[in-house]
Structures are given as C-alpha cells and as structure tokens.
Design a protein around this ligand. Sequence first.
Ligand SMILES: NC(=O)c1ccc[n+]([C@@H]2O[C@H](COP(=O)([O-])OP(=O)(O)OC[C@H]3O[C@@H](n4cnc5c(N)ncnc54)[C@H](O)[C@@H]3O)[C@@H](O)[C@H]2O)c1
Length: 341
Amino acid sequence: MKDIKLGIVGLGRLGSIHAENILNKINGGKLIAACSLNNNELIQIKNRINRIKCYNDFNEMINTCQLDGVIIVSSSDQHCKHSTIALKKGLHVFCEKPLGTNLNECLKIRKLVNSQKDLIFMLGFMRRYDPSYIYLKKKVDEGLIGTPILFRGYSVDPESLISNSIKYAKNSGGQFLDMAIHDIDLSRWILKSEPKTIYSLGGCFAHPEFYKYNDGDNVASLMQFNNGCMAFFLAGRTASHGYNVETEIIGTKATIKISSAPQKSTVQILDNKEISKECFQSFQERFKQAFINEIQEFIDCIIQSRKPEVRVEDGLNATLIAQKATESFRKNKLIRFSKYY
Ligand SMILES: NC(=O)c1ccc[n+]([C@@H]2O[C@H](COP(=O)([O-])OP(=O)(O)OC[C@H]3O[C@@H](n4cnc5c(N)ncnc54)[C@H](O)[C@@H]3O)[C@@H](O)[C@H]2O)c1
C-alpha cells in the first residue's frame, strides 16, 4: 500500500509537532507539502524534509500538489476556510480544534462533510487519544463510578507562556473556545449527554490585556447536563507551577480522577529545603503521545475506509457550547440551551 500523501497548513507551535510526528512516528503517511505565512517555518521544514514543497498560499498548495489529505493547524479563525477548500477538492481532512470560531461557518462545514461520505474528516480533540483518558472513559462506561454527579475540569496554561497567550488571543476565539473546549468535549464524550444550562464567570486577575478581547485570563463555567450531571470547568493562563490539566468525575459509587497535580513523572527531588516533583510545562509535553495517536488514527481511518469516533457534530456542538459559555460570561447571565446538532 502506498503512503497517504499529506499537506500541512500551519507550522507553528502545534503544526511543527504534527509535521515532526508524521516524519518520524506515523505509519502510512508521508508529508509532501507544507504551507505557512511564516517563511522561517518553511525554511525549517525544508531543512528537515529535503523534497517537501513549500507554499505561502493554501489554495496554491492544494491545486499544485497531488495530495490525498491535509492536516489543518492554522489559526483557529482559518479552520473553516481551509477545511472548505480541502473538502471541495476531494481531500481527507484532519482539522485541529476548534472546528471554527463562527457557528454559521461550522454549520456549512458540517453540510459539506456529510455530503462527502467517502472522505475522512477528523477533529483534533487529542485528549480522546490520551491513554489515561481512554482508560478513564472505559471505567466510566463499565459503571465503576455509578451515576455521574459532577464533572470537574481544570485546564490552565503556565504563567511563563503568558506572552504567547496574549499574542494568540486575537484569533483564538477566546478562553472558552480555545481552552475550555477540551473540557467541553471531554464532558460530552464521557457523560454522553449535552448541557441544558450554563453560567460563566471570570475576569482579568493578572493580565488586563485580555479585556481588549472582552475575555478573561481565567474563566469558569457551571453547567447542568440533560442527564442531570453537574459540570464545572476552569480555563486559565496563569498557573505559576506549570501546565495544569486535571479531570475529576464524582459518581454515586466512586470518584475517578486524572492527575490532581500536573506531575511529569513519579520522580521526587529531595534537597535541603523540600521534597518536590517536577511539573509538565506545556501541552506539547503532557499530550505528546496523544498527538501521535490522533494523527495515526486519521491515517488508519483513510487506509481502512472507516470513520473516526470524533464526528463533525462533536466539533459543531463544542463550538456552540463554547459560544454560549462566552455569551454567559459577557452578559453575566444563565443561558439555557435549546438546540443541538
Ligand atoms: N489540541 C491542542 O491542545 C492544541 C494546542 C495548541 C494549538 N492548537 C490549535 O492549533 C492551531 C494552531 O495553533 P498554534 O499554537 O500552532 O498557532 P501558531 O500561531 O503557533 O501557528 C499558526 C500557524 O498557522 C499559519 N497560518 C495562519 N493563517 C494562515 C493562512 N491563512 N494560510 C497559511 N498559513 C496560515 C501560520 O503561518 C503558523 O504557521 C490553533 O487552531 C489552535 O487552537 C491545539
């Protein structure tokens, strides 16, 4: 079987990782083209993959290269545009989260995806491909915790990366769409239900720069799902200790948790002051294996002509919920959901 020929758009923080993984870790896929607005990134990829074709324009890449599929890792506000062009050209698409920053654009993508039944369309909700989350979901599905009472998710970037967060704020769609979307997806995936009400809070506790985007540096939502389960999310940018992602689900029979501290390993350091453990400092470190697994799943789906578990509707509903969360935060009011897709 010939390798699946891939092009990638976006070679920034995450695009460069996907490109490196395709080069070294993924079976059955070959990166033959790359597109970025940043010429330095193109020079770097050319140094890594000698024969790769490089572009500044996505349309040109799509129309010049004989591709089977594309990996979309451009800024979030470009996802729908790039997905549309690729799907219309008949290419398989892996698109990073979120599906898009505008709900109408997401609805159009859903229509397009559902009209192209032979094409694989997959979203980068990578926590679904992390071994710990896969195991947690299996345990919940087996009934270990009984009836879920509360889903609690913390997703906080390290304060040391705050300049990046401020730089990305303009195109990210805000904290709910950019950061809390992971917990939104996890809760829908694990609880197999949709929220019926949401109330969001937050503020600029350390960085007033986020006011400009009508956003906060730390935001939170409280929800109740249709199955009765409560959910609480915190999405922030100011963890002093590192990249802090943790999940806890309290049930009638048991509680299940992932990483109550963002510890890197079981190593302890004992010195003359304290006993300490090192923290993960970035999403790249914490979800290293999940980023490999999700692209491998995309390639395997293409080769085996099967659909990935994560559907375009998951992206659409996650964007809808993130938008309602943002609206609740901005208007300081409880919002009831009336419709899902
Ligand atoms: N799954 C995760 O945990 C995770 C983590 C980080 C980023 N992401 C997502 O990945 C995407 C990229 O994030 P990042 O942090 O790598 O951003 P980044 O700013 O570091 O990189 C963005 C890249 O997109 C390219 N780009 C932007 N607009 C373009 C256009 N019109 N045509 C061609 N290239 C274009 C830029 O040149 C750059 O290479 C975002 O949508 C983000 O939400 C997901």
